[in-house]
Design a protein around this ligand. Structure first.
Ligand code: ATP
Ligand code: MG
Length: 414
């Protein structure tokens, strides 16, 4: 008979445990704390949507839509897609749930997202994003607030030093049209030198050639005209207001005139926080203004701006977060003590004390467990103590030991 094969973890997915889990949780809890300081509300949206939600808003020719989506037919024959990002689903919810009434709406969310990519360090097929959006605010103040929030998050995670904010403007519709024509003329003149992918981009979305990672494209992309010549006074004023806001808030930034972002829906502000500490997976947080997105989903023209960051990439940059220490380990010696310990442990936990019970092995192994868990105290329960109603409380850092009545244990450990 054939042996049953052990199931394997799917390529590009993760089982997150131990130190990795602590880093991961630290990123999420820090984000949760900082978003509250900026008065953003937390929302949750579905993991899958109708395929059209992403195809229409991200743009049919983008890498995400054309190559990376997990799309499937459900049993009812509908085409669904596991979310490859949050913004499109949030825009859909904004429309279907009537959230217009709350505009401007400042929201955050987080959770798994899915992209069929070649897995490598910092690049997964199921990864996690934190996400912040302001919908229904056309003012540059919204862009600034989101960027200051991102900057504070990186500072509180202790990773701001190695990370740079790169900022660009993609202008308004008029600017984009004029710039697009200039780009097309430039790229047409260098047709023969472009990569296969970029020839396709030239037809559909020539701006994205600027973003190409193909070495063949780089010289042509680098010599392409900048947007600055084509900025309308309004678009120029918008960008100036964003940079002035960042300066006022003390957030450092760098202009990167080549930064265009992969998705079709961006207008005005585009930005990335990048580091050289993660190799070619150096973008940790990215976003921009997407005033065209909700309209492309069939809704009323609505301003929006937002960003997303990869939780794994942020977690990789963290210094090792302190192991989650606990208050005490109860070490019962003998069957009677073990029976009594169950009640003591339950009472301590109900009183808000983080306590573990060591019930395996000899005394030495039990004390070793207390050390391994990083407990502050061991509570040793012996037969003598049971008779008197006391435990021996040993401070593990100093070795000092005192007898404490069971009823006073919680107080003594706090
Ligand atoms: P990249 O250029 O690395 O592919 P991207 O432009 O596709 O990134 P966005 O769509 O802007 O990324 O997503 C926001 C953030 O999500 C990225 O800055 C990155 O931190 C993270 N991210 C994107 N793709 C992955 C992935 N496959 N695995 C892990 N994190 C990812
Ligand atoms: Mg990508």
């Amino acid at each position: 008979m054939a042996r049953t094969e052990t199931p394997r973890r799917i390529r590009g997915t993760q089982d997150i445990f131990g130190d990795e889990q602590r880093r991961f949780a630290h990123v999420l809890s820090t984000f949760e704390r900082v978003r509250a300081l900026y008065c953003f509300q937390r929302i949750d949206i579905p993991v899958f949507e109708s395929t059209a939600v992403f195809a229409r808003s991200l743009g049919e020719t983008t890498d995400v839509v054309s190559k990376e989506m997990y799309t499937f037919e459900d049993r009812g024959g509908d085409s669904l897609t596991l979310r490859p990002e949050f913004t499109a689903g949030i825009a859909r919810a904004y429309l279907t749930e009537g959230w217009q009434q709350f505009a401007p709406l400042k929201i955050t969310t987080s959770g798994p997202v899915f992209r069929y990519e070649r897995p490598q360090k910092g690049r997964f097929r199921q990864f996690h994003q934190i996400d912040a959006e302001v919908i229904g605010a056309a003012e540059p103040a919204a862009d600034v607030e989101l960027l200051v929030l991102a900057d504070q998050l990186l500072r509180e995670l202790g990773i701001a030093d190695g990370v740079t904010l790169q900022l660009n403007t993609l202008g308004d519709a008029e600017t984009r049209e004029a710039w697009r024509a200039a780009l097309v003329a430039h790229f047409e003149a260098h047709r023969g030198e472009l990569s296969e992918d970029s020839l396709t981009r030239l037809e559909k979305n020539p701006m994205r050639i600027l973003d190409s990672k193909d070495p063949k494209d780089r010289p042509i992309a680098d010599s392409a005209p900048d947007i600055d010549t084509y900025l309308t006074p309004e678009a120029r004023a918008f960008f100036d207001a964003v940079t002035a806001g960042l300066d006022a808030a003390g957030v450092a930034w760098e202009r990167n005139a080549r930064l265009v972002r992969g998705l079709d829906y961006y207008r005005h502000t585009a930005f990335e926080f990048v580091t050289d500490r993660l190799g070619s997976q150096g973008t940790v947080l990215a976003g921009g203004r997407y005033d065209g997105l909700i309209g492309s989903l069939g809704g009323p023209e609505t301003a929006g701006v937002g960003w997303a960051a990869g939780v794994e990439r942020l977690a990789m940059l963290l210094d090792e977060p302190a192991a989650a220490g606990i208050d005490a380990v109860v070490v019962p010696m003998g069957a009677a003590a073990e029976a009594r310990a169950t009640g003591i442990v339950a009472d301590l936990r109900r009183a808000g004390v983080a306590v573990e019970m060591a019930y395996k092995g000899k005394m030495k192994a039990r004390m070793a467990k207390a050390d391994a868990l990083g407990a502050r105290f061991a509570i040793i329960l012996g037969d003598d103590g049971l008779a008197k109603g006391v435990g021996a409380v040993k401070a593990l850092a100093t070795g000092t030991q005192t007898e404490v009545a069971f009823a006073d244990l919680a107080e003594a450990l706090r």
